[in-house]
Design a protein around this ligand. Structure first.
Ligand code: ATP
Length: 365
């Protein structure tokens, strides 16, 4: 019973938001459990901010319901809602100290002074900014400002914390450090969190589950590794990370394997898909699941020959861009685990890409 209630701590039930005929959010349903960090991920205009704004009470759904801990948000006064939103710009008051920024909402609520002082001190400790209490926001780094904003958002002990592109204003290195800090603080407090981001690495690093959105709809919901390793559609496979997508035809489908014929290779997949031979399917293979060799692999399956057209060096790994006989391209990513390779592969070389029978994701939509 408790488990069932926990599963739907936040229930988004068939929610629609129509802006003059444009459905920015189109029949979205989601159940979010208590304590989750849930990411809404999608490219610009997919409707993620509109959905977050409805959770914050800034917009009203055109249809459907949002239920938090058993209570319909539609029936709640905005100020009584146990929900707080942290914006990308942090929206700190520039003329107030860190201490007063954190205390602001508590004072407005009429909380007794003693209690405010205790709460602010606890928040400063939580975000490790105790020694910065007297500073103004412009005397802090971007990462520190972000932590003040988080402390202010958490000071009122919301049941639901909403984060709008929380780290969008930080540079890459600081963003990566802050992602982990932010997750640790949110976990310590135990608050349920919904965040919006267009940055897939941010969603993958921070979230317990991700909803991939496109054109107002949810395409897939899952843990980061599920979304990455078992995308349900071509769109999701292509949207998350790098992928080689190949169109083909199912030629054999048995319980323990299937064979898919594509223009440049025959795929032997180590499981059946219960499809009909002759049907059109796509195969998705991540570049890091492929290997390269100069000699042709013995098996006639799961291999293709190509010419290296370009290399992209990323330090820890290199992506080899191959041109295949059909004219299609293929990306293979190899770890640079050694400083120098004996047999370095260069632009113009003819090589074989090959992969195992568990590397594929077979997609029918
Ligand atoms: P971004 O990452 O660029 O903020 P998003 O995924 O958050 O994009 P939304 O801001 O939710 O997308 O917008 C979804 C769609 O709804 C867009 O087509 C947008 O133009 C439209 N839209 C958003 N707000 C309004 C509004 N107040 N009035 C009319 N249309 C709106």
């Amino acid at each position: 019973m408790a488990a069932a209630r926990d599963q739907a701590f936040l229930a988004i039930e068939d929610v629609v938001k129509d802006f003059g005929g444009v459905k920015a959010v189109n029949h979205v349903s989601l159940d979010i459990a208590k304590g989750e960090i849930f990411a809404l991920l999608g490219s610009s205009g997919c409707g993620k901010t509109t959905l977050l704004r409805m959770l914050a009470g800034f917009e009203t759904p055109s249809a459907g319901r949002i239920v938090l801990n058993g209570m319909d948000l539609a029936g709640m006064e905005p100020y009584s809602c146990p929900i707080n939103m942290m914006f990308q710009s942090y929206a700190l008051f520039p003329h107030l100290t860190v201490w007063d920024n954190i205390a602001f909402g508590l004072k407005r609520e009429g909380m007794p002074r003693e209690q405010i002082a205790q709460r602010v001190e606890a928040m400063l400790k939580l975000v490790q900014l105790g020694t910065y209490a007297k500073r103004k926001p412009h005397q802090l780094s971007g990462g520190q400002q972000q932590r003040v904003a988080l402390a202010r958002s958490l000071a009122k002990r919301p049941q639901l914390l909403l984060l709008d592109e929380p780290l969008g204003a930080l540079d890459k290195k600081l963003r990566e450090e802050t992602q982990i800090e932010l997750v640790n603080i949110i976990r310590d407090v135990g608050v349920t969190c919904v965040m919006v981001t267009h940055d897939q690495e941010e969603a993958m690093t921070m979230a317990t589950r991700i909803a991939v959105m496109s054109e107002g709809r949810i395409l897939q919901v899952g843990a980061p590794h599920e979304i990455y390793e078992t995308p349900a559609t071509r769109f999701v496979a292509d949207f998350i990370g790098n992928v080689n997508l190949m169109d083909g035809t199912l030629s054999v489908d048995e319980a323990d394997h299937c064979v898919i014929a594509c223009a440049d290779c025959q795929h032997y997949v180590g499981h059946g898909i219960t499809g009909t031979p002759g049907m059109a399917v796509s195969v998705a293979i991540r570049p890091e699941k492929m290997m390269l060799s100069r000699d042709a692999p013995a098996e006639p399956y799961n291999r293709t020959e190509g010419t290296v057209k370009a290399l992209s060096y990323f330090g820890s790994f290199t992506v080899y861009h191959l041109g295949l006989a059909s004219g299609a391209g293929l990306k293979v990513s190899l770890n640079n685990s050694q400083r120098h390779r004996d047999d370095e592969i260069n632009t113009g070389d003819k090589v074989w890409a090959h992969w195992s029978q568990s590397a594929h994701v077979v997609l029918t939509q």
